[in-house]
Design a protein around this ligand. Structure first.
Ligand SMILES: NC(=O)C1=CN([C@@H]2O[C@H](COP(=O)(O)OP(=O)(O)OC[C@H]3O[C@@H](n4cnc5c(N)ncnc54)[C@H](OP(=O)(O)O)[C@@H]3O)[C@@H](O)[C@H]2O)C=CC1
Ligand SMILES: CC(C)(CO)C(=O)C(=O)O
Length: 294
C-alpha cells in the first residue's frame, strides 16, 4: 500500500483526495491549514465523499511514499514545513501547480532528484473547506521517467488521466499561455464568458503572443495557433467558470501574479523581449492586491 500526503487540500488538492482516497491501494493523508473532516467532491458525474486522515500540524506528519503539493505558488514556505516531516530518502514529491518554475521553486527545500513537476489540466473550484466542484476532466502531465510513470500509475482506476511527455517544458509553457490570459478574468471580475467579447479576446491574444515569444526563447515549442486555442478554450468553458487567479481575488487571498504573468515579464527582460501587455497586467494586479497607502 502506498502512503500519499496531499499538501494543500483546496480545489486541486481535494480533487486528488476525492479520487485517490477511494483506492484501496493507497492510504491518503490531507495536510491542511484549515481543518475539515469530509472531502466532498462534486464531479461532472456525481458527488464523491471520503474521510481522509486530516493533519493540521506538520509535527504529526509521517514519512510517506509520495507527497503531492497542491498549495498555491505563494504558499511554498508553508508547504516546506510539511515537506520537512513528510519526506525520507525514498519519498517522491510531485508539484501540482501552475507556472513553469516548479523545480526552481522547490530547489533548496527538497533534493532535486525527489521532485516531479506536474502540469495540471483540471478546472476545479473551492466552495468551502473540504468541498470542491470539479468542473471538467482532469489530466496531469509529467516528464517521461521512471518516477513519472510511477506517478501516472497512482491514478489507475480513476478517471483522472496521467500522461508522460518527453517535452514537459513545452506542455508547461502551453498551460502558462492559457493561464496568463486568465488574468483578464481576475482584472475584470468576469468569468470565462467574457472571452466571447471580441475586444477582450484581443487583449487575451496579446498576452498570449508575448508568452509565446518568451516561451520559445526558453526552448518551448509553441505554435502561433496556440493563441486561438487559448481563446477557444475560454469560450468553450462553462460561461460561469472561475479560474484560480480570479477565485483568489474574489476571496481576498494573494494571487499567483508572479507565477502566471510576472514570469513572462521576468524571462522576457532576461531575453530582451519586451512584454508590455503582461507588464501592464502585472502592474494592475499588484495594485489591486496592495493598493498604495497615502
Ligand atoms: N483550481 C484550478 O482549476 C487549477 C489550479 N491549478 C494550480 O494548482 C495550484 C493549487 O490551486 P488551487 O487548488 O486552485 O488552490 P486553492 O487556493 O483552492 O487551494 C490551496 C490550498 O492550499 C492550502 N494551504 C495553503 N497553505 C497551506 C499550508 N501551509 N499547509 C497546508 N495547506 C495549505 C489552502 O488552505 P486554506 O484552506 O487555509 O486556504 C488551500 O486549501 C495552483 O498553483 C493553481 O494555479 C492548476 C490547474 C487548475
Ligand atoms: C485553466 C484553469 C482554469 C483550469 O485548468 C486553471 O489552470 C486555473 O484555474 O488555474
Amino acid at each position: 500500500m502506498a502512503h500519499l500526503a496531499i499538501i494543500g487540500p483546496g480545489a486541486i488538492g481535494c480533487t486528488m483526495l476525492g479520487w485517490l482516497g477511494r483506492s484501496p491501494a493507497h492510504r491518503v493523508f490531507a495536510c491542511a491549514r484549515t481543518p475539515f473532516e469530509t472531502v466532498t467532491l462534486e464531479t461532472p458525474d456525481g458527488v464523491l465523499e471520503s474521510r481522509p486522515t486530516v493533519l493540521t500540524v506538520p509535527a504529526d506528519a509521517p514519512v510517506v511514499d509520495w507527497v503531492l503539493v497542491a498549495t498555491k505558488t505563494y504558499d511554498t514556505a508553508g508547504a516546506a514545513e510539511w515537506l520537512r516531516r513528510l519526506t525520507g530518502p525514498r519519498t517522491h514529491v510531485a508539484i501540482l501547480q501552475n507556472g513553469v518554475e516548479h523545480l526552481a521553486r522547490f530547489a533548496g527545500i527538497v533534493a532535486p532528484g525527489m521532485l516531479l513537476p506536474v502540469v495540471v489540466d483540471c478546472p476545479a473550484e473551492r466552495i468551502a473547506p473540504g468541498r470542491v466542484r470539479q468542473r471538467g476532466p482532469g489530466r496531469m502531465t509529467v516528464p517521461d521517467s521512471e518516477v513519472g510513470r510511477a506517478f501516472v500509475a497512482l491514478f489507475a482506476g480513476t478517471p483522472l488521466e496521467g500522461l508522460t511527455t518527453s517535452d514537459w517544458r513545452s506542455v508547461a509553457w502551453r498551460k502558462l499561455c492559457l493561464n496568463a490570459a486568465g488574468a483578464v478574468n481576475a482584472l475584470t471580475l468576469q468569468p470565462a464568458r467574457i472571452a466571447h467579447d471580441e475586444a477582450v479576446a484581443n487583449l487575451m491574444r496579446a498576452i498570449v503572443r508575448e508568452a509565446i515569444l518568451v516561451g520559445r526563447r526558453e526552448g518551448a515549442t509553441l505554435d502561433d495557433a496556440l493563441t486561438e486555442t487559448v481563446i477557444a478554450s475560454y469560450r468553450s468553458a462553462p460561461p460561469d467558470a472561475i479560474n484560480s487567479l480570479h477565485a483568489d481575488r474574489l476571496a481576498g487571498r494573494p494571487m499567483e501574479i508572479d507565477a502566471r504573468n510576472g514570469v513572462i515579464v521576468r524571462f522576457g527582460r532576461q531575453q530582451r523581449i519586451s512584454t508590455p501587455v503582461n507588464e501592464t497586467v502585472v502592474t494592475l494586479l499588484n495594485a489591486i492586491a496592495s493598493p498604495a497607502k497615502v
